[in-house]
Design a protein around this ligand. Structure first.
Ligand code: G6P
Ligand code: MN
Length: 445
């Protein structure tokens, strides 16, 4: 089984490879092809993978290339984890938005739109090539903004592209843990868009345990979302929102603390990772140790500004292990070996949420087997959540239209219609600011 990783020089590739190394079963991945535009990043990551594999017999063979078509040919699975414009691009997404007083986050608000506008044309090019060169491959999209990018690719690949994110899984795991339930035995009633979803129930042996959590101050305040949103707000919602909804429900505070931060998240990661890739150029550097140190620091500081405004303190040790690679591996195994499982994934709606059309990519529990991911019917969202989901999906559609037509006017419309952008004038300034700093937006005319 051949797995191609696009963005193969990316920092999180060793997480994926580490997960592959734990898979000893028949039909596992035996060959990994790393693709990246940047040779030195490929070299750096290959060094880490090499150290990871050193003690493991029959570790998947790793090769690296900068030729995209060569990387795609013959692939059974393709992981797409690219970052168009790099972390400097992410830092610029944040800076331009914050200068206008609006949120510049990687996936939410103005920053997410800018990142989407840059990424969609590249993702579409990849999807077209996959359709031509590896039509039977399954594409697992990690590239953010993951819901939007998955939808862009699905227009060319149909249900052969599936988007993944670890945040709903992490949320479900945390809720199960505080309730004393085994996350594997729990049915998590979650739905929305990527980074915009809500847990409305958690069923164990047919019983919804969420009311018990919502009724208990101590339990509710004891985990990440309880600390971030506060017990009163969770109780008002009657649901547990994805952590990214903090940017909506506490937008002012989030914007202010991002403005005041010494470095934005993107700028912090750009510096941190530049140091890692620089270190990897030294032949005597201990690659795996350096990578692991950098990873631990990244995980410990995740959403630090949000937690600070909420007075949430440090992250729980249990939340630091990520899970993104586990979702990817579980999905791949279910498809490759027809090991039926349920995972929260980004797939086409197909009638799941009646307010959205069939092709809208949503984030929802899916049954996965050799035929792919099939969304499970869920109860409708309450009006306030439906409103947000529809507004943001509307914005995503404008982003897709702008990327297809190259229309600057449509790009302005995308920013202006976002619930976290409060003026058409600001939207115009954002488009001007972003096209100034991003060469990847030169197509907007
Ligand atoms: C979460 C999100 C991902 C995001 C990741 C890393 O896991 O679901 O979409 O890529 O965090 O965030 P960071 O700020 O460390 O890049
Ligand atoms: Mn995510």
């Amino acid at each position: 089984m051949k797995l191609t990783i696009l963005g193969g020089g990316g920092f999180r590739v060793p997480l994926v490879y580490g997960a592959l190394l734990t898979d000893r079963a028949e039909g596992r991945v035996t060959e990994v092809v790393l693709h990246d535009l940047d040779d030195s990043r490929l070299y750096a990551v290959a060094r880490v993978l090499d150290e990871q594999a050193s003690a493991v017999p029959d570790a998947p063979r790793v090769t690296a290339t900068t030729d995209l078509d060569e990387a795609l040919r013959g692939a059974d699975f393709i992981f797409s984890a690219i970052r168009v414009g790099g972390l400097e691009g992410r830092a610029n997404d944040e800076r331009v938005a914050l200068a206008e007083g609006v949120l510049g986050q990687e996936t939410v608000g103005a920053g997410g739109i800018a990142y989407g506008l840059r990424t969609v044309p590249v993702a579409v090019d990849i999807a077209r090539r996959v359709a031509r060169l590896a039509p039977d491959a399954w594409v697992i999209n990690f590239t953010n903004p993951a819901g939007l990018v998955t939808e862009a690719m699905s227009r060319h690949l149909g249900d052969r592209v599936i988007g993944i994110c670890d945040s709903p899984v992490g949320l479900g795991r945390r809720i199960a843990r505080v309730l004393g339930a085994d996350p594997k035995q729990a049915w998590i009633d979650y739905v929305g868009l990527n980074h915009l979803g809500w847990v409305r129930g958690l069923r164990v042996a047919g019983r919804d345990e969420l009311p018990r959590l919502l009724a208990d101050d101590d339990l509710l305040g004891s985990f990440e979302e309880g600390k971030l949103f506060g017990v009163d707000w969770l109780r008002s919602l009657g649901a547990i929102p994805n952590e990214y909804l903090h940017y909506y429900y506490f937008n002012r505070e989030a914007v202010r603390s991002y403005q005041q931060a010494e470095k934005t998240r993107g700028a912090f990661l750009a510096d941190q990772q530049a140091r890692f890739y620089e270190e990897m150029k030294r032949p005597d550097a201990a690659a795996l140790t350096a990578w692991d140190r950098t990873r631990a620091e990244r995980e410990a500081t995740y959403m630090a500004e949000n937690r600070e405004t909420a007075g949430a303190g440090e992250r729980d040790a249990d939340d630091l292990s990520g899970g993104y690679e586990k979702v990817a591996l579980a999905l791949m195994r279910a498809i490759a070996r027809d090991e039926r499982t349920t995972l929260i994934l980004n797939v086409r709606n197909q009638g799941t949420l009646a307010v959205l059309d069939a092709d809208a990519v949503i984030e929802v529990p899916c049954l996965v087997d050799a035929n792919g991911a099939h969304p499970v019917a869920v109860a409708p969202l309450p009006d306030h959540a439906t409103g947000l989901v529809c507004a943001v999906k509307g914005v995503e559609r404008e982003v897709l239209a702008a990327a297809e037509s190259g229309s600057r006017t449509t790009a302005v419309k995308a920013f202006a219609l976002h619930p976290l952008v409060d003026s058409v004038n600001v939207a115009r300034k954002l488009v001007a600011g972003y096209t100034d700093v991003h060469p990847g937006l030169a197509y907007l005319r």
